[in-house]
Design a protein around this ligand. Structure first.
Ligand code: ASP
Length: 323
């Protein structure tokens, strides 16, 4: 009996590195927890391509939308921890969701093997192109006057657009009618056809449409202007103090993924971030690429812990104010 147990133990020890040596030997799925065409999908598709090259296997994007991104992340958290299912989580699914989902099926800080941040994504306050307001001050006045007659788009409770949006409303003291979507890709389409009035969304989804004039941007919620949209004022410049929010998108594997596999994925993500083509695409869309110590697994674990702690009280208060 003892011999068999010992043999099994030795086999397990030997098997671990052997697995990592052969990993990956088939395609990898990366779950994007929103509809195709939105910011998280855009970031995932840009990094998946050079990651595939670095890993020698295709990284396939699967859009699993619902419940502000928590449906796809719940599915990914429960997948086999073998490195073949990854997730593109973000500030919503791994920062805001615990405040807004009392029965959340995963713990952002405990149920994942973090791989690394793929892109920081500043938030922009944006409206439909024929919005009557022409700057942030006018927008705030308009929103106050409209009350629940204004339509505010978001990508589901706990998403980045929802959480940053309810925070904006609580600062403005407004209670609009919410129009939820499965992602801000479809929300932006409806905004371009004038069906919704405004939203707060990640820059990577918006640069093209803002420059084309198919939507109207009021301000970027960062301390400094973005090189991708140099004419867009910051919220502070445009007249709101205290609305500085920036999101991020990051790659996660399920908890229990072997350490060697995590290392390979971390290296592949880093090489994707250093890939000249991917970097240019992300830069042009206004994404902020992590550098140095902000990269990788350890930094992402810390970021998740900090973000959950930071967002929970703020969002609970904003949610209470929105009722
Ligand atoms: N990630 C976006 C959000 O949280 C939605 C999307 O990617 O479509 O609002």
């Amino acid at each position: 009996m003892k011999k068999i147990a010992l043999a099994a133990a030795i086999a397990a020890i030997v098997a671990a590195p052997a697995f990592a040596q052969t990993y990956p030997n088939k395609a990898i799925t990366m779950i994007v927890p929103f509809a195709a065409g939105g910011p998280t999908d855009i970031v995932a598709r840009i990094v998946a391509e050079p990651m595939s090259r670095a890993l020698g296997q295709t990284v396939i994007i699967e859009n699993v939308a619902g419940a502000g991104g928590t449906t796809g992340i719940t599915r990914g958290a429960g997948a086999a921890a073998d490195g073949y299912t990854l997730m593109m989580g973000h500030m919503g699914t791994h920062g805001a969701a615990p405040a807004l989902y009392p029965n959340l099926k995963y713990d952002p800080a405990k149920d994942f093997a973090p791989i690394g941040v793929a892109a920081g994504t500043p938030i922009i306050i944006v409206g439909k192109k024929d919005h009557p307001a022409n700057n942030l001050k006018e927008f705030i006045e308009w929103a106050k006057k409209q009350g629940d007659k204004s339509n505010h788009a978001h990508a589901g409770i706990g998403s980045v657009s929802h959480s940053t949006g309810i925070l904006l409303n609580s600062i403005m003291g407004t209670k609009p009618t919410f129009i939820p979507y499965t992602g801000t890709g479809p929300a932006l389409n409806d905004m371009m056809s004038g069906q919704v009035d405004y939203m707060t969304d990640q820059i990577v989804n918006l640069v093209g449409q803002i420059n084309a004039g198919t939507v109207k941007a009021f301000a970027i919620a960062t301390a400094a202007r973005s090189p991708a949209l140099p004419n867009l004022p910051t919220t502070k410049e445009a007249g709101i103090d205290g609305y500085e929010v920036s999101a991020w998108n990051a790659v996660f594997a399920p908890k229990g993924t072997p350490a060697d596999v995590v290392k390979k994925l971390e290296a592949a993500l880093n090489s994707a971030l250093d890939d000249a083509g991917a970097k240019k695409r992300l830069d042009d869309l206004g994404a902020v690429s992590p550098v140095g110590n902000d990269r990788g697994s350890i930094a992402l674990q810390k970021l998740v812990e900090t973000e959950v702690a930071r967002w929970t009280p703020v969002l609970k208060a904003a949610m209470a104010a929105s009722k």
